[in-house]
Design a protein around this ligand. Structure first.
Ligand code: MG
Length: 260
């Protein structure tokens, strides 16, 4: 009888602590970690399946920002035609010609992008297939070759850069086409410039959920700078990080504003 009691008490204590620890883990915030904390757990690897043979179809109400043919929707930082390469239905970063910006500016959107890191592997960590997709020119979802290439979790492919690692690592091999399907909600400010609602983002990497409506703590970057009031709309930026990353099939759907 005594043994049964001891067993039951141990069992319930174990159950309690497991639940408690799980809740604690779940409640971890960005600020529990240093920027680029290498102690942060590596997201588990998920095989998303093979890349589709063709670019995915575009919804009828989407604004197509790149269909593989020209830079009509894009400028460089001088407002000129981007110096990136276009061939075979994709654009490719030309190192040191600078990041490029959508001419149209957006607030709340669904954004779809296909991208591929170089098939020929060069460099490692952040130096392998680095680029990025920025909302409103400020909030980066990282593009990186994270297939068999360890880096700090908050800087790997599909991370909200320096803030949130993806829930899982759904990367495909270098050279293969990958996709981001994303929902972005712009931050809201009161008339005095104080933050009323943080920006939020949901991201599917290769159809796998990697961010579920996470609140951004400010513009992405190593300084973790706080929000500064900005316009309701801003350009999408694609990053020149000196690697020959390719993009194709970029479209956006404007969303109704958040009500809160
Ligand atoms: Mg980047």
């Amino acid at each position: 009888m005594k043994n049964v009691l001891l067993f039951s008490v141990t069992f319930f204590l174990l159950l309690f602590f497991t639940a408690f620890t799980a809740a604690q883990l779940h409640a971890q915030s960005v600020f529990d970690y240093e920027v680029h904390d290498t102690e942060r757990e590596q997201p588990p690897i998920v095989d998303p399946g093979p890349a589709p043979a063709q670019p995915m179809p575009v919804p009828s109400d989407a604004i197509v920002l790149f269909d593989g043919s020209d830079f009509s929707h894009w400028v460089d930082s001088n407002g000129e035609e981007p110096q990136w390469l276009i061939e075979n239905g994709y654009m490719e970063v030309v190192s040191r010609t600078g990041s490029i910006f959508s001419k149209e500016e957006f607030g709340d959107i669904q954004l779809y992008v296909e991208w591929a890191t170089p098939e020929e592997i060069e460099g490692d960590g952040q130096g392998r297939g680095n680029s990025g997709v920025f909302f409103m020119n400020r909030y980066e979802i990282q593009v990186l070759d994270s297939y068999d290439n360890l880096t700090y979790p908050d800087g790997q492919a599909a991370s909200v850069y320096a803030q949130y690692p993806p829930l899982v690592n759904a990367s495909r091999a270098p050279g293969e086409w990958q996709s981001f399907n994303m929902i972005f909600r712009r931050p809201l400010f009161d008339p005095n410039g104080n933050l009323r609602e943080p920006a939020r983002v949901t991201v599917f990497h290769n159809n796998v959920l990697v961010h579920d409506n996470v609140p951004l703590i400010g513009p992405t970057g190593q300084s973790r700078a706080p929000y500064q009031m900005h316009e309701d709309k801003g350009p999408i930026r694609l990053q020149d990080h000196r690697d020959k990353v390719r993009f194709r099939n970029i479209w956006v759907r404007e969303l109704p504003e958040r009500r809160n």
